[in-house]
Design a protein around this ligand. Structure first.
Ligand code: PEP
Length: 258
């Protein structure tokens, strides 16, 4: 099967103004430049609030950092009379590589449906960015043992209409809602079970090339102390990291998992 580059993506959520953002990226760059550690071929990305993106772009470009960056959401519209919306073209112009779509906090607090997430993923792709498509079940679904079918239904809806090539190039983040921000990390076996099911569904629908190329991340209370066991599992290609991504040493520890 294909060799996939691991991705560690830090979701800052609604934290840090543009000055604090610059400090964090500088500290992270310093951490990643420490030759005493092996960061291997891991790809590192930060996902700041929209208002920090220009400052992060200036720092990354000016210092030629290998850190990539992206946004936490994108408008379903191409632009125009949609007050307050940020379009995919605007984000692409700022040098964003990634856009998170369908984070559970947006599904929950902003009533985002699979259909909307699907539209947003399409807009990100059309603008030349890679969507990080978030899926994952809540506690009641997990307790009912329905986590695999629930998550695959979200996946089907969120990726509807995309080509095999488009699906192979994107990132799926499996984030069980009960593990996000709770300190309750999924076990490596639990994370592997659903990430493998996601890859198998991609294989059924889009074939081997897409399934072998698509990167599937785990997210939910990932820390430097628990990432190694998760990354040992064959179908987990990295992590979407919330709280720990605000601490450069901790996030650095996650990035040198191996
Ligand atoms: C997230 O919000 O995507 C996330 C995984 O958060 P945390 O790492 O804080 O659980």
């Amino acid at each position: 099967s294909a060799k996939r580059t691991p991705l560690m993506a830090g979701n800052w959520k609604s934290n840090l103004n543009h000055q604090e953002a610059v400090v964090l990226v500088q500290k992270l760059a310093w951490t990643l430049s420490d030759k005493r550690h092996d960061y291997g071929k891991v790809e590192v990305a930060v996902l700041p609030p929209f208002t920090d993106l220009r400052s992060v772009q200036t720092l990354v470009d000016g210092d030629r950092l290998s850190i990539k960056y992206g946004a936490q959401d994108v408008s379903e519209h191409d632009g125009g009379a949609y007050t307050g919306e940020i379009s995919a073209a605007m984000l692409a112009k700022l040098g964003c590589s990634y856009v998170v779509v369908g984070h559970s906090e947006r599904r929950e607090y902003h009533s985002e449906t699979d259909q909307l997430v699907n539209t947003k993923a399409g807009k990100a792709i059309a603008a030349g960015m890679v969507p990080i498509v978030c899926v994952g079940e809540g506690l009641e679904v997990r307790q009912a043992g329905e986590h695999v079918p629930f998550t695959l239904a979200q996946l089907d809806g969120s990726l509807a209409g995309l080509t095999a090539e488009q699906v192979g190039a994107l990132v799926v983040a499996y984030e069980p809602v009960w593990a996000i921000g709770t300190g309750e990390v999924a076990t490596p076996d639990d994370a592997q079970e659903v990430c493998a099911a996601i890859r198998e569904r991609v294989r059924e629908v889009h074939g081997d090339a897409a399934a072998d190329a698509v990167r599937v991340l785990y997210g939910g209370s990932v820390k430097a102390a628990n990432i190694a066991g998760i990354m040992e599992r064959p179908d987990i290609d990295g992590a979407l990291v919330g709280g720990a991504s605000l601490q450069p040493d901790e996030f650095g520890g996650i990035c040198r998992f191996h």
